[in-house]
Design a protein around this ligand. Sequence first.
Ligand code: GTP
Ligand code: SPV
Ligand code: MN
Length: 593
Amino acid sequence: MSTNAPTKNAALLGWVDEMAKLAKPDRIHWCDGSEAEKKSLLEQAVAQKVLIPLDQKKWPGCYFHHSNVNDVARVEHLTFICTPTKEQAGPTNNWMEPKEAYRKLGAIYDGAMKGRTMYVVPYIMGPADSPFSKVGIELTDSIYVALNMGIMTRMGKVALDRLGTSTEFNRGMHSVADSSPDRRFICHFPQDNTIWSVGSGYGGNALLGKKCLALRIASYLAKNEGWLAEHMLILEAESPEGEVSYVAAAFPSACGKTNFAMLIPPKTFDGWSIRTVGDDIAWMRVGDGGQLWAVNPEAGYFGVVPGTNYKTNPNAMKSIERDTLFTNVARTADGDVWWEGKDNEAPAELIDWKGAPWKKGSTDKAAHPNSRFTAPMANNPALSRFAHDPKGVPISALIFGGRRSTTMPLVLQSFNWTHGVYLASTMGSETTAAAQGLKEGVRRDPMAMLPFIGYDAGSYFQHWLDMQSRIPNPPKMFMVNWFRKGADGKFIWPGYGENMRALKWILDRSHNRVGAQETVVGYVPRAQDFNTNGLDIKAEALATAMKVDLAEWQEEIESQKEWFDKLGPTLPRPLSLQRELLLERVKAARNVK
Ligand code: GTP
Ligand code: SPV
Ligand code: MN
């Protein structure tokens, strides 16, 4: 078997050899992360029809990929936490006994790479020179995965150099195998720092550095080591006076992180700049000044395509102008791409994401609702100059927000840390196309981490509560909701750039310089605290977007009981007491028994 191993790391060589003996690839290619390698991999991917080049004049360095039609999003029902006991995985995760998981997936890997190349993809999550960064090695038979990892992580030689002879690296095994949903499993072994994924080539199932390592495995490490690994964007806000602040925000999958992280303020916020540190994942530790410091472990964006246009998110549009992989969008015969919610109307004819002819006016979507772009973060014109800073950035506010058509106001500040953790732990959100096979409707998605907590959820909440005493200068906590709907079923709040208005209040509250109305459920902006200059929305609609309706809240809090009951004995008592206290307060305010 041919190989080009560029390392003397015995543990690494031994493990790669062991996995190769199992999967039996014809060739092993060690990725070095060079430009020349990228070019060659792209050429091979095109020759294999894994990628289709777009019109290179219009879209330099851009390619189209369509996944297997049964493989278009994360698969939560096929995702497992393989801890020694079921209790360690907790009631929100699927659990498989580790030996059983290794046996089951091992049988599928056996010979799965015959006739194929096994790519050895060394990568770093986090800046190359940051003490917080983690090295992972992903073995994969997907050239598409190898190319994506090259964009999403610091990949290749840089990772092997950092690893040296250390045995401490995440062992990620991935094979698309036969792409059969019956033989698709995403298994995590936190105790072994190992991930085995088989049967899917898509996003979070297959790019193992992202959700598998940077969230599920990292959240387990973070619990043990006293830090936080969260599904959060990180943004930098600079005021006209030159004050620079950072916030981190957790919104569930396909609920607005990329958009918020790339926000362009409305005209009336002259002199304000928002820059992106990260759009999906934050690793946060206590640092200088007793503040919480955040690092973005990724190096690229794996972003939702539909709804992205020059009005909603110009920075994303500029980020995908070159060197971008488009997965499951629609395209034209002459190498252009299209999706629902692009700037222009659909052309008369398209090739839909499945490769079938599509005519304007068709009720089928031309692009898959979870179609994605993979773009290097260096393309983002609004990239923060601290995006690669090994120390990270100091966080002033933590924001949590779901997709809720009712109940949740535009913005709300918690009374304190415990109340903030309670609000985040009970966060509800309507499910989206980012995961396959979920029931439509609102589900609890605590901290936007339901699919990504790598251990018992109750213990995860306890860890959040415990963090308070570790952070001398903690960020303030907020809830937001851009997705409340009016009687007409339409979003009330214009969203996108206008979210700056809520952000401004959040920043002012974090720096203790603006007032608020205390409601039974938390602080909200008073009229004089909230900048509406140039905002095109009726006063009545704005009031509805911001409203705290106690009847809705009572229903909300009562419905949280089922969720807390499900969490079982590890649910921290301060959280169940918060719920009960809040319910009694709401009932008292409504004068109901
Ligand atoms: P993941 O990558 O899955 O973690 O998603 P994300 O949280 O980064 O979501 P993203 O920013 O990609 O937005 C998902 C969808 O919500 C896109 O179709 C956006 O156009 C839409 N969206 C984002 N922000 C807003 C907003 O403020 N208002 C409305 N109405 N839609 C929004
Ligand atoms: C998400 O689903 O939250 C994503 C996309 O960011 S994936 O990488 O598929 O997890
Ligand atoms: Mn995400």
